[in-house]
Design a protein around this ligand. Structure first.
Ligand SMILES: *[C@@H]1O[C@H](CO)[C@@H](O)[C@H](O)[C@H]1NC(C)=O
Ligand SMILES: *[C@@H]1O[C@H](CO)[C@@H](O)[C@H](O)[C@H]1NC(C)=O
Ligand SMILES: *[C@@H]1O[C@H](CO)[C@@H](O)[C@H](O)[C@H]1NC(C)=O
Length: 439
């Protein structure tokens, strides 16, 4: 009798624990998530499995956001949810120190607990933010060998911010929050995943230009392989990532640096000719104003007014020399052309190239027609850059359109950006990752 009980007990034990044992013995080299483009908002959207029982959640990608937050007011049901106790390591990982200690009057539930530290989750698309508790819950995503997705892996205590439902307006339909890939805190997605699985502290973003085929984000080092077998990690150009010492977030504690990714654009060329710019605007001043950042929140690159004027003037002149006819602007674009005399090439419409010149004249990010032009109607193409007015916080915000079908690798350990330039030139696109799982 005793031995039968013992047998039952051990087999139950094995049954219960073997999945997690298997998981622990498997250490992924990299992770992968799909990124879709929402047709109506042009937001980039990714997806995770979170909670117990597990549900699929869709969140907007905010490259420079500080952490992930989700709506905890509606439909948050999970037996593994834990709020972060004041003064805990979780609170300092979230950069929530000295904010006081939250209390909540009402029934305890996700988002409403006593003795919990808080952060200020924000919706950068609608410029909303508020305070919300720091929490941890189970999150899972797929590992990868760089070629296909593999086994599902789990972060048992993934840290995030709990937001209220009123932060959701302005997000694409079906989204429950925003995922921040920023560099500042241990709670940022790349840092949390790197710590959970001892990955290289790198991630790579490859956004699809299509609203019907997924792009991809990798966590960890390469390879990053796209059909028909192009490893985009093999041909990157590197430039330092710069730290803006003053936060660019809407709400932040005094003295906090920016979590966003800045690069040092020194000049801009159109058809390889330098455009005359006020170079003071290209670096940060003592208030953190100026410089160049990369954003997945803005669908198109936004240029400070005088830079916009200088670049578009040069572009119009070079286009005219190519016999391209300017037509009336179509909002939000001021500079549009008849498509009549524009040839199409593998790299998109044949228009003047735009180079962002970086640390020296030999290092530049060249923007070809596929990334500079938007087709607004059958016979009109517009330059996909918008005028940011005369006093923007950041002078150049490189937006989604300009980074699509380019692979960008952010290396947090060495603080540098690797960029591929257009993958169209290498006969592939960001929509060509093979999402067939080999698990
Ligand atoms: C927090 O503590 C207060 C005072 O003790 C209590 O009234 C309230 O119900 C508690 N809230 C939660 C969510 O436990
Ligand atoms: C250049 O930009 C700086 C910062 O906005 C401004 O103070 C300065 O007056 C500008 N210089 C010129 C020549 O316009
Ligand atoms: C995608 O990957 C799967 C699994 O390795 C493989 O069977 C399939 O042939 C790949 N697809 C293409 C188009 O290569």
């Amino acid at each position: 009798m005793a031995s039968i009980q013992y047998f039952l007990f051990t087999s139950l034990l094995l049954y219960c624990f073997s999945p997690s044992l298997a998981q622990q013995s498997f250490r992924p080299k990299a992770l992968v998530i799909p990124v879709s483009k929402d047709a109506s908002t042009l937001q980039y959207v990714t997806t995770f499995n979170q909670r117990t029982p597990s549900v699929r959640i869709n969140v907007a990608v905010d490259l420079g956001g500080r952490y992930m937050w989700v709506d905890c007011d509606q439909n948050y049901v999970s037996s593994t949810y834990r709020s972060a106790r004041c003064g805990s390591a979780e609170c300092s990982a979230a950069g929530s120190t000295g904010n006081g200690c939250g209390s909540c009057f009402g029934e305890p539930r996700p988002g409403c607990n006593n003795n919990t530290c808080s952060v200020t989750p924000g919706n950068p698309f609608a410029h909303l933010s508020t305070s919300g508790e720091v929490a941890a819950d189970v999150l899972s995503l797929q590992s990868t060998d760089g070629k296909n997705p593999g086994k599902l892996v789990t972060v048992p205590k993934f840290l995030f911010g709990c937001g209220p439902t009123f932060l959701l307006p302005g997000l694409a339909s079906g989204l429950v929050g925003v995922a921040g890939f920023g560099r500042l805190f241990k709670i940022g997605l790349p840092s949390q995943f790197a710590a959970a699985f001892s990955l290289h502290r790198k991630f790579a973003v490859c956004l699809s230009s299509s609203t019907s085929a997924n792009g991809v984000i990798f966590f960890g080092g390469g390879p990053y392989v796209f059909l028909p077998g192009v490893d985009a990690s093999q041909s990157l150009t590197y430039t330092p990532l710069l730290i803006n010492p003053i936060s660019t977030a809407p709400v932040y504690p005094l003295g906090e640096p920016s979590a966003e990714y800045f690069i040092g654009v020194k000049s801009i060329k159109v058809n390889e000719k330098a455009v005359s710019l006020n170079t003071t605007l290209l670096s940060f001043d003592s208030e953190g104003v100026g410089g160049t950042k990369i954003s997945t929140v803005d669908p198109y690159t936004v240029l400070e007014a005088s830079i916009f004027k200088a670049v578009t003037k040069a572009f119009i002149k070079e286009a005219a020399a190519m016999k391209i006819t300017r037509v009336t602007g179509v909002a939000p674009f001021e500079v549009c052309f008849s498509s009549k005399n524009i040839l199409s090439t593998r790299l998109g419409p044949a228009v003047p190239s735009i180079d962002l010149v970086l640390q020296n004249q030999n290092v530049f990010w060249r923007i070809f027609g596929a990334n500079s032009m938007v087709q607004v109607s059958n016979d009109v193409l517009c330059l996909a850059f918008v005028n940011g007015g005369s006093n923007p916080t950041t002078s150049i915000v490189i937006g989604g359109k300009q980074i699509e079908d380019n692979l960008l690798q952010f290396d947090l350990a060495t603080s540098r950006l690797g960029f591929s330039s257009s993958l169209l030139g290498r006969q592939t696109t960001c929509a060509n990752f093979n999402f067939t799982s080999t698990a």
